[in-house]
Design a protein. Structure first.
Length: 233
């Protein structure tokens, strides 16, 4: 719930900033517009995991899995279905995340670096834009559906050597997303944008080892931040 409270706080700030600036010179975002945005996109997991378990030992108390941040080039497409309602697609170049574990030291293992994985998180959202089309700065909120696919899973040399690890696998995920952002028209075509997503991503991670199958369930639930430049057609 803490993550969603943070989302609500940031969303309120974006909307408030946009409404306060609504008296800027009029450069409309309106029905029928197609907006293409490109910019830096950061996926910042707020992960929690179940205990790591193995076939030989069962659940290992005090253990957990962790996933690092990554920034890539993001692509954002928006179609204005009406003056206030839009449909949006989020895409990006593949994100790559380091995977680590904690707590294995108490069981005699030095391994902390498990490996890495790549993923793509395409997300489709319905948006509601606040303010009139005459406003140059328009905040919006939305809700959507995310599909995350994991691929190119790779184990570290430490995990392969000490744990005899092989065949790292992360299951794909479906989930809901929350969305907030603000568009700022610079002229009739160019737009600056600040965006935030909170995405529900959950995966089962596993690999084989000297202790049999090693597995854990990880809730990633990342914040996704994007600063971009857009062009309006």
């Amino acid at each position: 719930m803490k993550g969603f409270s943070t989302f609500a706080f940031v969303t309120g700030g974006l909307i408030g900033a946009g409404l306060l600036a609504a008296s800027a010179p009029a450069l409309a975002i309106e029905k029928g517009d197609l907006i293409v945005r490109v910019g830096a996109t950061t996926v910042s997991p707020r992960e929690s995991s179940s205990l790591i378990s193995t076939t030989a030992t069962g659940a290992l108390n005090g253990t957990a899995a962790h996933v690092g941040n990554n920034t890539q080039l993001g692509l954002n497409l928006v179609y204005m279905y009406s003056d206030n309602i839009a449909v949006e697609l989020l895409a990006a170049t593949p994100f790559e995340h380091d995977i680590s574990v904690s707590g294995l030291g108490q069981y005699g293992f030095a391994t902390t670096d498990i490996g890495s994985t790549k993923h793509l998180p395409p997300t489709v959202s319905a948006l509601y834009y606040f303010g009139a089309t005459s406003s140059a700065i328009r905040p919006y909120v939305g809700v959507g559906v995310n599909y995350t696919t994991f691929f190119s899973e790779s184990l570290s040399s430490q995990a392969r050597t000490e744990l005899a690890a092989s065949r790292l696998k992360l299951d794909d995920s479906f989930g809901l997303s929350l969305r907030a952002g603000v568009d700022w028209d610079l002229n009739n075509n160019w737009i600056l944008n600040a965006s935030l997503w909170r995405i529900d991503i959950e995966t089962d991670a596993s690999f084989t080892s000297a202790l049999g199958k090693v597995q854990t369930k990880v809730e990633l639930d990342p914040f996704v931040y994007m600063l971009s430049v857009g062009y309006k057609f």
